[in-house]
Design a protein around this ligand. Structure first.
Ligand SMILES: Nc1ncnc2c1ncn2[C@@H]1O[C@H](COP(=O)(O)OP(=O)(O)OP(=O)(O)O)[C@@H](O)[C@H]1O
Length: 517
């Protein structure tokens, strides 16, 4: 066999006889294998593949073998092949691929580093191209967004995953809160988008936000909160719920007094019996007694048959006397009798009836002040306020605003079948600085309007209809009234208003009320 033909080959060529001795090596082979190569000696050990010498297989099967990465005795990497020719020789050819292998190893090392870093981040990371298609992601993203272990996010569009397209995400460097559908239900997450310096796409990070605290008696009546102040309120409510004591709930309008009363009822042993509410301020004085205690036929013109009142409707359950501060003095004695002796009389009747009801009263007025002014019976006040729970106004627990916003966003998105995903940072900032004299009810109305009027899937500043002018007037009047009541004593006025002294002083100057102090 003429081996000269191999002399100028770029690849290394070794010719091995059947006793596995090297009979020829071309210059490339000599260069690659160095002094480990000895012509006339055995070839064993020249390559890492010699450990499982393929010669026997190649000869018997008559098939060549190729291995892409074989190490030489001197540590170089070659792409190696062996064939059996002319029933006499094994020919090994090999090409140095050390550089390629090095690049692959380096790329693999970098990939492993990147993967370790990505997986050590507590946020879900999605690397997307300019159109929003996922190129890479970390383990948290998989856990957060995939229902099945084998499911892959690569190739999916961000819109499909978080229902927000790239254009709808917050601008670079700004976070926004969104809701993401996860295998465990909706998860709130703070989203941040950073463009890649190569201009190749974006890194979208989703930081899961801890579940909102909520006490719920059904979806409709969820009480959501985050503040310590509300936590205390709820804890107190929970601890008194099981006892049959009367409870007085105080708080400004719209702070959630009705909701809390329902919560207490549903936590109490009376939960399977009725919860009945009567609004003492909404019913004309003449009708209130009949509404509360019922009447018998002929009690007044139009009383054509006996009719039970709210007290009887609440039998076995809870009766909420809403806006108790507006209860006329004339009726207060009868309420006292009900509260004290659990007895009442239907209008026009001659006999007392027994009532098995738990009484919760609520008021947005300062009941004690009404007692002092002779508008509310002191004995009734003490009877009702065995346990007094005061719900703080929303402006004193602003940390509840974001979760309430989200709660209402979800509620109204569902109600109006709109796909509202979140609120822009500017809009949230505006809500956080708004005084909310109408408290949660006002916030609820603002969000309801915003959900209806929002053009895209995010609530923006222009969707918020805030009544700043009206609020300022209202605040000025309130401060003026309180200052007059306390004879200009700033400390006392700040206490009554529930604001800090320095805030009060600033507002006095703002509204030009200096003459009152
Ligand atoms: N913590 C809360 N979480 C969720 N929704 C709330 C919360 N507090 C109040 N709301 C909602 O705000 C609205 C007003 O609440 P509610 O009627 O209980 O207030 P209120 O203090 O009784 O008002 P008013 O003094 O006018 O009778 C309701 O729609 C209620 O569901």
């Amino acid at each position: 066999m003429d081996f000269e033909v191999f002399e100028n080959f770029f690849e290394g060529v070794l010719v091995i006889d059947q006793k596995l001795r090297v009979v020829y090596a071309n210059p490339s082979a000599k260069e690659i294998l160095g002094d480990k190569l000895k012509i006339g000696e055995g070839c064993r050990g020249l390559f890492s593949i010699c450990e499982s010498c393929p010669a026997k297989f190649v000869k018997e099967e008559g098939e060549g073998v190729q291995v892409y990465d074989v190490e030489t005795a001197s540590g170089r990497h070659v792409c190696w092949s062996m064939s059996f020719v002319k029933n006499a020789y094994f020919v090994e050819t090999f090409r140095d691929v050390s550089n390629v292998v090095h690049c692959i190893v380096e790329a693999e090392r970098q990939r492993a580093h990147k993967e370790a870093i990505l997986n050590s981040i507590v946020e879900a990371i999605l690397v997307v191209d300019k159109e929003g298609y996922v190129l890479e992601h970390n383990r948290i993203a998989h856990r957060m967004l995939c229902r099945q272990e084998e499911e892959s996010l690569v190739g999916k569009n961000i819109k499909e995953l978080i229902e927000l397209s790239l254009e709808e995400l917050p601008p670079e460097g700004e976070r926004a809160d969104v809701y993401v559908e996860t295998p465990c239900g909706k998860q709130k997450a703070s989203v941040l988008v950073s463009p890649m310096s190569s201009g190749f796409g974006y890194v979208v990070s989703l930081h899961p936000i801890q579940e909102v605290l909520s006490c719920t008696i059904g979806e409709e009546n969820a009480i959501v909160f985050k503040s310590k102040a509300m936590q205390k309120v709820l804890e107190l409510a929970q601890s008194v719920a099981e006892y049959d004591t009367n409870v007085l709930i105080e708080g400004e309008t719209g702070t959630g007094k009705n909701l809390l009363a329902k919560y207490i009822h549903y936590l109490s042993p009376r939960r399977d019996k009725p919860f009945v509410k009567i609004n003492c301020s909404a019913i004309p004085e003449g009708l209130l007694e009949a509404e509360l205690f019922g009447y018998v036929k002929g009690a007044f013109t139009g009383a054509i048959k006996d009719k039970p009142g709210k007290v009887e409707m609440a039998e076995g359950g809870t009766l909420l006397l809403d806006e108790i501060g507006d209860m006329p003095l004339s009726l207060q004695a009868k309420i006292l009798h009900l509260v004290q002796d659990k007895e009442f009389e239907r209008l026009g009747d001659t006999k007392f009836r027994k009532a098995n009801v738990r009484i919760i009263a609520s008021t947005n007025k300062n009941l004690w002040e009404l007692v002092q002014r002779g508008k509310f019976r002191e004995d009734l006040y003490y009877r009702l306020s065995v346990i007094k729970i005061t719900i703080p106004p929303l402006r004193d627990r602003r940390e509840d605003i974001p979760i309430l916003v989200e709660h209402f966003l979800q509620k109204f998105s569902k109600k109006y079948n709109r796909r509202i995903k979140g609120i822009s940072p500017e809009a949230m900032k505006m809500l956080l600085s708004y005084p909310f004299y109408g408290n949660i009810r006002e916030l609820e109305n603002i969000i309801e309007r915003a959900v209806i009027t929002a053009k895209g899937s995010m609530i923006k500043v222009e969707n918020l209809q805030l009544d700043h002018q009206g609020k300022e007037e209202e605040e000025k009047e309130r401060i003026k009234r309180v200052l007059e009541q306390v004879g200009g004593n700033k400390s006392l006025a700040a206490k009554v208003l529930g604001i800090h002294r320095t805030t009060l002083w600033r507002k006095i100057r703002e509204y030009g009320l200096e003459n009152l102090v």
